[in-house]
Design a protein around this ligand. Structure first.
Ligand SMILES: N[C@@H](CCC(=O)N[C@@H](CS)C(=O)NCC(=O)O)C(=O)O
Length: 211
């Protein structure tokens, strides 16, 4: 039985709205047609109950019955296990989907997040630029030849890779037409648009409560 709850913050400042990673889990549930609730932990005070479920005091985490999972990638794979919309049924499709899901996290986001952090904090030199350029150039080569990353169809790997690549600073960083078309196509999916709108509405409602 499935009793999925996506946990996020009760409020965040304007900057990260639309990018808080609960969106990945909302999006996956929307794609798969899985019923889910959204609940919150305080942004301002990250107490022991929060840390017991997400040891870094971050979001998202996911609960499903007795199960609690942190790391958006782990949450996505858990959800993908419930739906062949997100994860192919055949062994090759599974292997390709896992490979590209890990690549999104460990070959692209591993570089893009520290690069982005140096950019937004105004570090005088961003020594990660060459590394990021190389990773994005390789992704551009991959995306020139295919519409989807795995199994010739949309999978959770595309959801995650598109979410990693859609960050505005990355999109503005050089001209990569295949990557841009990929991100635009995948973020035009109704499930993404709903998840994004729901997250924005969630934080707008939180503003009203804070007065
Ligand atoms: N690797 C983690 C990263 C989670 C993460 O960076 N969460 C952000 C929101 S998107 C957060 O909680 N930031 C607040 C903080 O780090 O204190 C995941 O993918 O779940």
């Amino acid at each position: 039985m499935s009793d999925i709850t996506v946990w996020t913050y009760d409020w965040v400042p304007a900057g990260p709205r639309g990018f808080v990673r609960d969106l990945r889990l909302r999006w996956a549930c929307e794609e798969a047609g899985l019923a889910y609730a959204v609940r919150t932990v305080p942004f301002d005070e990250r107490g022991p109950e929060h840390l017991a479920r997400q040891p870094f005091g971050q979001v998202p985490f996911l609960t499903d019955g007795e199960l609690t999972l942190f790391e958006s990638g782990a949450g996505l794979l858990h959800l993908a296990g419930k739906s062949d919309i997100l994860m192919p049924a055949d062994a090759l499709g599974v292997a390709q989907t896992l490979q590209w899901t890990i690549a999104a996290l460990n070959s692209i986001e591993m570089v893009s997040v520290p690069w982005w952090f140096l950019e937004v904090t105004g570090a005088p030199d961003n020594n990660l630029t060459g590394w990021l350029e190389s990773r994005l150039a390789h992704m551009e080569d991959v995306l020139k030849d295919r519409q989807w990353l795995a199994a010739d169809r949309f999978t959770v790997a595309d959801l995650l890779m598109a979410d990693v690549l859609r960050v505005e600073k990355l999109r503005a960083f050089g001209i990569r037409p295949a990557t841009e078309a990929y991100v635009a196509r995948i973020t035009a999916r109704p499930a993404f648009l709903k998840a994004h709108a729901d997250q924005m509405a969630h934080f707008a409602a939180a503003d009203r409560l804070r007065g």
